[in-house]
Write a protein that binds this ligand. Structure first.
Ligand SMILES: NC(=O)c1ccc[n+]([C@@H]2O[C@H](COP(=O)([O-])OP(=O)(O)OC[C@H]3O[C@@H](n4cnc5c(N)ncnc54)[C@H](OP(=O)(O)O)[C@@H]3O)[C@@H](O)[C@H]2O)c1
Length: 314
């Protein structure tokens, strides 16, 4: 049964105040991690966590800093490095990722690692709790391959089918943080306002820090509605699929024209639009050039007129 879908790499790099040398060395460090993971399916995410500044990271409701730019590793696979149990029940490549981190020599404290748990296909408080708990333990088991014994964040991939199930999922997450002490921050994905309130209705619950949602130039129904219901609850949106469909000509022609003013690519303008809309993003890439581009969106700002014009594209 597959329990994690993604673990993504969150990157705390590209501080506006950083020197070019610092940027280069951090990119190189991350490339060592990424480069060490052979390509294919689903996985985790890591990030270089030093040099946190307001331009590249934001404070979560927990007080932790969170990178605005991060990378999912679904495009990589660990079949060649998971020698002992190739193709275990875990989704794809967490172990390969963890091993690659270890082999890279990048210090753990320079990485921001978020695991995910897929436990939405069971119903009822107890069943959802057990399934989620299992997922939490499986995350840590996979990470132990790379001697990683602590996650910066754990994310529920999808809400359970009803409020009781959501509360069971969340109980397991709270245990991971408070009892097991193997994770700092708790996050959700694809949660509606009502599903968030299934957690928040208990005043003693730990508040989700991040809600990962589809949000992009090509998909923002109701303008900032997706951002607004999260902001009202002091929860940060992280966009998944931030570039999906965005690079088609019906969107990218305008992004390209605007990008020329700043010497930025259409993808960079699309990602910048997300950040200025009030969200963070999680993209992925097999290309080192694109990878570097996607991090390099913190040294320019779109005008209000440009933001409005882009918003009107969808
Ligand atoms: N929670 C959920 O339900 C959920 C669902 C889907 C995805 N996700 C998360 O979101 C992450 C990203 O998903 P996604 O693949 O749909 O993301 P995406 O960012 O919308 O699309 C990635 C694609 O954009 C291309 N790309 C990236 N940077 C580029 C650049 N600078 N210029 C041109 N093309 C660029 C990549 O191609 P190249 O390889 O050629 O660069 C890749 O094909 C996943 O890894 C996962 O962690 C979460």
């Amino acid at each position: 049964m597959f329990t994690f879908t993604v673990i993504f790499v969150l990157i705390f790099v590209l501080a506006a105040s950083s020197t070019a040398l610092q940027l280069d060395s951090r990119r190189t460090a991350l490339s060592k991690v990424i480069g060490a993971v052979p390509a294919v399916t689903k996985v985790p995410s890591v990030a270089l966590a030093d040099s946190v500044t307001p331009t590249t990271s934001v404070a979560l409701n927990s007080g932790s800093r969170f990178p605005l730019a991060s990378f999912g590793l679904q495009v990589y696979d660990d079949s060649t490095v998971d020698v002992g149990r190739p193709r275990s029940g875990l989704a794809g490549n967490q172990k390969g990722f963890a091993k690659a981190v270890k082999d890279s020599g990048v210090p753990r404290e320079q990485l921001y690692i978020c695991g995910t748990v897929l436990s939405n296909r069971v119903s009822g408080e107890d069943a959802a709790y057990k399934k989620t708990k299992q997922g939490c333990l499986e995350n840590m088991d996979a990470m132990s391959v790379g001697a990683i014994d602590h996650l910066d964040m754990i994310m529920l991939d999808y809400p359970g089918p009803n409020d009781d199930s959501v509360r069971g999922q969340w109980r397991a997450f709270e245990e991971m943080k408070l009892m097991d002490k193997t994770v700092d921050d708790l996050a959700v994905s694809n949660f509606s306002a009502q599903q968030l309130d299934a957690i928040l209705s208990n005043e003693k619950s730990i508040r989700p820090t991040v809600n990962q949602l589809p949000f992009s130039v090509a998909y923002h129904p109701g303008g900032t509605r997706l951002i607004d219901y999260n902001t009202e609850r002091n929860i940060l949106v992280q966009s998944w699929s931030p570039l999906s469909r965005v690079l088609r000509s019906d969107f990218s022609d305008l992004l390209e024209a605007i990008g020329k003013r700043y010497n930025k690519s259409p993808a960079q303008v699309g990602l910048r639009w997300i950040v200025q809309s009030g969200a963070s993003f999680c993209t992925q890439s097999r290309s080192r050039t694109h990878f570097a581009e996607d991090l390099n969106v913190f040294d320019f700002a779109l005008t209000e007129t440009e933001m409005d014009a882009i918003s009107k594209l969808a």
